[in-house]
Design a protein around this ligand. Sequence first.
Ligand code: ZN
Length: 369
Amino acid sequence: MKQRIMISLAPFFLSSCLTAYAGSQLKQEPVLHHNDLPINYVEPSSQVILKTEEKIKDLFNLQYDNEYTIQKIGTQTYWIGVQYYNATVIINDEGVLVIDPLGPDSAKALFNAITSITDKPITAIIYSHYHLDHIGGTNTLIALNNKKYPNNAKHHIRIIANKQINDNIKQYASLSNNGSRIPKVPLPTETFSKSMKTIHFGKQQLILKRLKGAGHTKDNTLILLPEERVIHFADMINPDQLPFYNFAGAEHFPHGYIRDLNYLVSDKFSTKWDFINGGHGNIGTKTDIQKLLDYIHDLTKATKEALNSADYPTNKADGNHFIWFKHWQNTITKQVKERLRNKYSHMYGFDAGVVESHAAMVLNELMDH
Ligand SMILES: [Zn+2]
């Protein structure tokens, strides 16, 4: 992190500059009109399709106690959770398509989950983005699939991803002793460089799209299953939970991140889907997206208020000025958390320190721009 503040400027910042800055910040702050309908928490089912007012009950304990959790979310579509990561799986006449094979430690459980609901082999994989915690288990998954379905092993599994993901896989490949590069996951067999691509898996159509905000990463892909009214969009939301630390490493926070979330609930796109698999958390709906936008709005407001009331400590006895920033940042982020306590303390992870990490990101944005 770069040095954020000059001591001689601190009083100026605190008294006027940041107040002015704050007023012009985050122009995409959402205006929200959503009905906070009660959620009906139900036992997970691989047979009965979830209703939009339902979520999986007691998800933390379920995922802690069980190898996997399966919930049907469309006529051919399943949400499968393993160790707090979630894949989307389509099963039809073509075989099994997996969106995100999950990490190396989760791929076996994911495979066991799939084989518990179908005898069909995996014949296609989609990578949402090149983060190994979501796709690093691909080799394991394919090896298990080939072992169980040796006849199928003769045929290559389709692996579909955008070119940016393909480039990232190459860039982050391991170097072998002889200097050759070994990708950590199989390279895609089908790539596309345009922002949008329609593919087919049996009769199921899938639309793969990179959004303009690139909120999480540049290569992150929104995958829409139009017939099923399901989207898979990794690391943008933990439905029914607060966002993970630092908004799960959102590379373009806040503007790109908010832009992408707004797209999901825009007039243009919101009519196309009912369920979101965010790769983490419960199964989400448009209400969850709106609640997240609401949270960012409240977080930003609280950070601006805390910023305006926090003194910048300058203590010669500290012997360095870095620590003054840290004390100042901690004061503000703790205040933000207290300001949000009333509305958000019931939410998953509130006291885990995530709110402070979110507030620090908003604070950086307010200071930097
Ligand atoms: Zn990620």
